[in-house]
Structure formats: C-alpha cells, structure tokens
Design a protein around this ligand. Structure first.
Ligand SMILES: C[S@@+](CC[C@H](N)C(=O)[O-])C[C@H]1O[C@@H](n2cnc3c(N)ncnc32)[C@H](O)[C@@H]1O
Length: 315
C-alpha cells in the first residue's frame, strides 16, 4: 500500500486499538495475568465479562502486542508486564484510564463543531457502501486482480457486491465476463450510479434481493463473496450453500475476508474488526467453505496491512 494511504488507514483504525487497551485496563487484565497465565474462561469468570466478547478482546490484545498466547493460556507481553500491571514502578494504567474517562469529549467533538453532524456527514448507508468503493479504488481492486485469475470465466455473481467496484474491475480486465450484482435495494441504488458512471451497466446487471430469503439463481461460473462472511454470526454456511448451488461444476469461488490466524492471535485489523462484527480463523473459514461442498480451498493472497485475505475454491 502507498505510504500516505497506509498512514490514513492506520489513523482510521487507531481508535479501535486505543479502546481495546482502555477496556483491557478497565478489566485489570494485565494485573490479573501477572499472577498466572489464564484461559479465556478463567478470565471471564474473574472479570464477570461474557466469554464470547472477552475472547475477542483477548485476541485483539494479542494482535496489538499486549498479550501472548500459549495453547489456550493468555499471558502478559513484556510491554504490558512492565507498564500495565498495578504496583509496578512505571505503571501506566491510571493515564490509560484517564484517556478512557475523556473519551466522551472526543465522541462529542463533532457536536461542538457543527449543529447536526449526521446531516453534514451524509447518509450512514451511503458512507458505508461508498467507503467500500474508496477502499477498492485505492488498491484493493488491483490486489483482487493480482490474486484471483478469472481467465475463461463468463458469468460472475457478486454476492453482497456493494458499490459494484469488484465487478467493475473484473469486467474491465476480462472483456467476455458478465456480472450480476446481488444486494439489498438500498445498496443497489448506490451501485447503479457507481456502475453507470463507469459506463458498465451493459456488463453488470443488478439484482435487488436478500441472501437470507432469495436463492442465488443458476449457471454462474464464478461467485465473488467479498467481505460478506464475517464470522459465526454471518450465516456463512447458508450463503456458501447457495453459492455452491448456483454454480456450474468447475465454478470458482473467490472469498475476501478479515481472517484471523490459526491460533487466533492476529493479524491486527481482523482482530479489531472481530470485536465489532466478527471474524473466522483460517481453519474455521476453510471448514465452512468445505462443508458447503467446495474443494481445493486455498489462500490465493494475503495482505495483513489492510486485513485482506483472498481465498479461492472450486465446485
Ligand atoms: C461489507 S459490504 C461488502 C461490499 C462489497 N462486496 C465489497 O467488498 O466492497 C457488505 C454488503 O452486503 C450487503 N448486504 C447486507 N445484508 C444483505 C442481505 N441480507 N442480502 C444481500 N446483501 C446484503 C450490504 O448491502 C453490503 O453491500
């Protein structure tokens, strides 16, 4: 990623890492772990925090260098052992909690600058969908084309295709390819204007539908699922089964995800994303894809600096 863009990306994600540190200090995780390494279950019992949520926080703490994990046991890193254990001479926990205490000042800052920040910021859904467009235009689209070979493919289904930017990249690169973008009506309206601006409405058709209700159609030889399989609460098995059923034999599945590593200790962006939405580890995601019937599941490319992993598989 270009240096300026990487800097902006880091700034965009930074508050999530800060909040992770603050919550870990709030729960006195580092002081508790200075007594002995513990499992997520033991820490959950000590802190009185729900296990599932706490485990996500622990994964993020590993990813940002505050904890280490050996088998199922979490322990302090050298950094947190030195600075984040109560009673140590260079303890920093109070200043971290002070930052947490003034968090609301920063939450309120937009309201001090304009009367109605949400009106100024524009539609939440538009920012979400066009945000995907921003990311894909500034590097992820090229990364997709470098990672996934669509030579010889003719009919692509872009499930939850958002603004349609991946379909645009694919159809521009592969002149015989036609794409169908499957998304909810609110998003399709945004995609239509993005695709129209790119002059690609003759190659990309739009289907307003709901992946929980509608089937995916038939006769596709590629299915693209970019950032739509976000962990156990995303109904990934249901979507993957529909993807399998809509494809011709030999069809290619291309999945982009925020994917955790095998021992769930990072990378940072998937670990932070997992706190908010959810993320599978590599073995979990591979198993879900295989259980839907796909074969030859493999990592086609991975870029931890943006939290992107491309996985391909065949029907
Ligand atoms: C994180 S965005 C990914 C967009 C695009 N694939 C990308 O990577 O740039 C998730 C997309 O899923 C769509 N989506 C959410 N719920 C849906 C549903 N029930 N049926 C179809 N699409 C849905 C959203 O509208 C959004 O476009």
């Amino acid at each position: 990623m270009e240096e300026g863009l990487k800097y902006l990306n880091d700034l965009t994600w930074a508050y999530r890492a800060s909040r992770t540190l603050q919550c870990a200090c709030l729960l006195k995780l580092f002081t508790r772990l200075s007594v002995r390494p513990m499992t997520a279950e033991q820490l959950s019992a000590q802190c009185g925090s729900p296990l599932q949520k706490l485990e996500k926080l622990l994964i993020a703490c590993c990813a940002i260098g505050l904890l280490n994990k050996h088998d199922a046991l979490y322990e302090n890193s050298a950094l947190s052992d030195k600075y984040l254990v109560e009673g140590r001479p260079q303890y920093q926990g109070n200043i971290v909690m002070h930052a947490a205490n003034v968090w609301n000042v920063w939450t309120g800052l937009p309201f001090q600058l304009v009367d109605n920040p949400s009106e100024t910021a524009g539609s939440e859904h538009e920012n979400f969908i066009l945000g995907m467009h921003n990311l894909t235009m500034a590097g992820r689209g090229d990364f997709f084309l470098q990672s996934v070979n669509l030579s010889g493919r003719k009919r692509l289904l872009d499930v939850g295709g958002g603004p349609g930017t991946y379909s645009i990249f694919a159809c521009k690169r592969y002149p015989v390819l036609q794409s169908t973008l499957f998304d909810i009506p609110e998003t399709i309206a945004i995609a239509r204007s993005v695709i129209e601006k790119e002059g690609m409405l003759d190659r990309i058709s739009l289907r307003s539908a709901d992946w929980d209700v509608n089937d995916f159609g038939s006769g596709f030889d590629v299915v693209l699922m970019s950032n739509v399989l976000h962990g156990p609460n995303s109904n990934a098995p249901g979507k993957l089964r529909k993807a399998y059923n809509c494809m011709e034999p030999g069809g290619l599945l291309a999945v982009q995800e925020f994917m955790l590593n095998d021992d769930k200790t990072g990378p940072t962006i998937p670990a932070l994303f997992s706190i908010m939405v959810g993320a599978y580890s590599r073995p979990e995601l591979f198993a879900a894809i295989e259980q839907a019937g796909f074969e030859n599941v493999r990592i086609a490319a991975q870029d931890d600096s943006i939290g992107s992993t491309w996985i391909t598989a065949l029907k």
